[in-house]
Design a protein around this ligand. Structure first.
Ligand code: ADP
Ligand code: ASP
Ligand code: MG
Length: 407
């Protein structure tokens, strides 16, 4: 049987009219001999609203209850969509994460999928039912509900496509595909016909939320072709796949620009410059299950150094507590935080073989009189942290400097 996995994001199922529209699309795709698995997000804004309500009850809700709460959004949209499909005369069944056997680790609110036991999906497909899966959720070995991090329905879809060996995984969203930058911030951004896993992974990890980075990791690992496209038209979107033709890829120096204001910066002053100190600081943060992104250590003076790094903004309070404690233990100075920051990045595999890319990026920022607070690079990306007020202007200037709007 040919299997297609489709995923519809929050805007696409944003109200009951849109859910009916999606149901019509699904029924059209359900040709004889095709097994159709549809993953849905919560109706647009629902997850944010649930998080807001939890914050009204307590500033630090337990993570287990948080997952019980925020997983409900997808249960609503999947049931409504199944009803809409049934109303249109096709057979459909909605299933939650537990029902489709999505087993995860224990990290509530950002769980990782261990394995999937898709028996129930396979049974339903055998009965020729359209299977509608609540995205974003799984369960841990204790049978508690977990969620896969914001945007996690993408990962549900790709993981299911991988275990079911689907022909394609279609990600339906509210833009026509993957662009050279977020088209809402840079209207001149250009849609890409195709992009490699590695570039998509960097773009997603650096803030292009059009697809969750873990979804791209899965797609790369299991060689699932993704087609990112709009649920509101029939236009062909962007294919994300392994790029065979690396020569032609490397001609394109920069594939895209991202902008991310979801991080915050912590600085520890007067850190004793002795072996093992950085290890202790970052081990403490890692034990708190917090991902550190950029790290800068200043040149040491008289046996002390300053250390700055960034963490996801929602983790700032927890990170600060941990860092203040460890700073006291190691005899470091004050801890300061800065959350008015934005990170702008450029991504492209062609960077490996073209000199002067960083210089072009920094010149673009200099011309706009934008100060760079932190820099980090890898083989295929360069990121700069700037003041959040400057972020969008920085992204536009860089996009222009690399001629991305003229493709
Ligand atoms: P969904 O609810 O369908 O998952 P998201 O809001 O998570 O949709 O992701 C789609 C959004 O991603 C778009 O509306 C767009 O603003 C944003 N986006 C950021 N970077 C890019 C990019 N490079 N290309 C396309 N969209 C992008
Ligand atoms: N509803 C979840 C979120 O808003 C998951 C998703 O939309 O993919 O993050
Ligand atoms: Mg999303």
């Amino acid at each position: 049987m040919k299997i297609i996995v489709q995923k519809y994001g929050g805007t696409s199922v944003g109200d009951t009219e849109r859910i009916k529209n999606v149901a019509r699309r699904i029924c059209r795709a359900k040709e004889p001999g095709v097994g159709l698995v549809v993953v849905v997000s919560a109706m647009g804004g629902t997850t944010d609203e649930l998080i807001r309500q939890a914050q009204e009850i307590t500033p630090e809700p337990s993570e287990r209850e948080m997952d019980q709460l925020i997983s409900t959004g997808e249960q609503i949209s999947s049931a409504l969509l199944a009803m809409a499909v049934q109303h249109d005369g096709s057979d459909a069944v909605s299933l939650t994460g537990i029902q489709v056997g999505i087993l995860t680790d224990d990290s509530h609110t950002k769980a990782r999928i261990f394995k999937i036991e898709p028996e129930k999906i396979l049974e339903s497909l055998d009965e020729d039912k359209i299977v509608i899966v609540a995205g974003f959720q799984g369960f841990n070995p204790k049978k508690d509900i977990t969620t896969l991090g914001r945007g996690g329905s993408d990962t549900t879809a790709v993981a299911l496509a991988a275990v079911l060996e689907a022909d394609v995984c279609e990600i339906y969203t509210d833009v026509d595909g993957v662009y050279t930058a977020d088209p809402r911030i840079i209207p001149d951004a250009v849609k890409l016909d195709k992009i490699s896993y590695d570039e998509m992974l960097e773009l997603a990890s650096l803030g292009a939320k059009v697809i969750q980075n873990r979804a791209v990791e899965f797609a790369k690992k299991f060689n699932v072709t993704l087609h990112v496209r709009s649920s509101f038209n029939e236009v062909q979107g962007t294919f994300v796949s392994e790029e065979a033709d690396t020569m032609s890829m490397e001609k394109v120096v920069i594939r895209g620009v991202t902008y991310n204001k979801e991080e915050a910066k912590l600085t520890i002053t007067m850190v004793p410059d002795t072996p093992g100190v950085a290890a202790r600081i970052f081990k403490t943060i890692a034990d708190g299950n917090i991902n550190v992104d950029m790290i800068i250590q200043n040149v040491s003076a008289e046996g002390f150094t300053d250390l700055s790094f960034t963490v996801p903004r929602p983790e700032l309070v927890k990170a600060r507590e941990l860092v203040e404690e460890i700073s006291r233990d190691i005899g470091a100075g004050a801890v300061s935080v800065e959350d008015e920051i934005a990170k702008v990045s450029i991504v492209g595999v062609g960077m490996k073989s073209h000199p002067g890319v960083a210089a072009t990026m920094f010149e673009a920022l200099a011309e706009e009189k934008i100060n760079i607070m932190m820099i980090s690079t890898s083989e295929i990306k360069i990121s700069c942290v700037v003041r959040s007020d400057d972020g969008e202007r920085a992204a536009r200037a860089i996009h222009k400097a690399f001629g991305l709007d003229q493709e």
